[in-house]
Design a protein around this ligand. Structure first.
Ligand code: TRP
Length: 335
């Protein structure tokens, strides 16, 4: 059990944007190719149900996100790539962990507390529209992680508290029923760029300032042209500091390209020209993958096949482990 196991989940809501690509997908795909570690990547469709109650959207997002990871080159021979809901052991484990989780621990979850606060601010009942799914979300996430004895969990900063909760739940279980789970650690990559959106704030679905990853070429260009700049004319020197356009360009550029663009800014490159170069750079990086993406989305059965293979591999671990866990809590044959 000394081998490192990396595991991370991707909630299947919405269409991926450039910020997700630069900040999460690209580094994870690079990591999926590293030797000497076991890695698990999964589509967290049960998590999607917490926020999204439209069956068509849930289904479509699962397809788009799976196609995205495959098109971008996730190595599914090495990494185990599966859909959470294909692993019944995860829901089974969720219940066993729920029975070891202090309600007070869940009361402290940021996402839940923020929802309560929003209700209070709006003069609503504190529990207004809060489901048990939202409330116990960290237990499901703990089950995702503990099911595969993950030692390393790459996540964004917003998920650190959930990792602490998973550790807490695992420790409590181990203490009560004997050593069962590996205690997982969050892995936060500080080098990863936080991409700004059109308006300079962090690129995010909630700010509507995002550039979708798989826009067709013309629309990608149009979207890049909408990045907010200032009124400096061609020939006037421009600051790279605080420029959303420069930051977006940089996230895709090699060090040489980045310094050339820095120099071009100082020399007063026209905004339209800088945007055109940004478009060309991003389009160049994505064009081949975009063709693969479109091909995959048009053939969902191929994606399904990959996911089913992943589920078989995931369950080869989860099924016997779950049998052990069940025994540990006293759910055993009477024979
Ligand atoms: N909750 C995570 C997010 O919104 C996604 C997720 C679900 C996850 N289960 C996980 C991440 C297990 C890491 C490990 O980003």
């Amino acid at each position: 059990m000394s081998q490192q196991t990396f595991l991370t989940g991707i909630t299947t809501t919405g269409t991926p944007h450039l910020g997700n690509y630069v900040g999460a997908i690209k580094p994870a795909i690079v990591a999926s190719r590293s030797e000497g570690v076991a890695s698990y990547y999964f589509l967290a469709d049960y998590h999607a149900l917490i926020k999204c109650h439209d069956p068509e959207v849930v289904n479509r997002s699962t397809l788009e996100i799976a196609a995205t990871w495959l098109a971008l080159g996730l190595d599914t021979d090495h990494a185990v790539f599966y859909r959470q809901s294909d692993i019944p052991e995860i829901s089974e484990l969720t219940w066993l962990l729920t029975c070891q989780t202090a309600k007070g621990l869940m009361n402290r979850a940021h996402a839940y507390k923020a929802a309560v606060q929003e209700n209070i601010d709006a003069g609503e009942d504190p529990d207004f529209s809060i489901t048990m799914g939202l409330f116990s979300y960290p237990v499901l996430m703990a089950a995702d992680i503990l099911m595969f004895n993950a030692s390393h969990v790459p996540v964004g900063r917003d998920q650190v508290q959930h990792l602490e909760m998973a550790r807490d739940i695992a420790q409590r279980f181990n203490h009560h029923f004997g050593e069962t789970f590996v205690i997982p650690a969050a892995v936060i990559d500080d080098d990863v760029a936080v991409l700004p959106g059109h308006d300079g704030r962090k690129m995010s679905k909630s700010y509507s300032n995002f550039i979708p990853l798989w826009l067709p070429e013309k629309r990608l260009r149009k979207s890049i042209m909408k990045i907010v700049t200032n009124s400096l004319e061609p020939g006037e020197p421009k600051e790279v500091e605080g420029s959303a356009l420069f930051a977006i360009y940089s996230a895709f550029a090699s060090p040489d390209q980045r310094s050339a663009m820095r120099e071009a800014f100082a020399q007063g490159i026209a905004w339209g020209e800088a945007k055109q170069q940004t478009f060309e750079l991003i389009n160049g990086e994505l064009a081949e993958a975009r063709a693969r993406y479109e091909e995959l989305v048009a053939h969902p059965a191929r994606i399904e096949e990959v996911l089913q293979e992943g589920a078989v591999r995931a369950r080869a671990f989860a099924t016997p482990f779950m049998a052990r866990i069940r025994k540990a809590v006293g759910i055993r044959s009477l024979g």
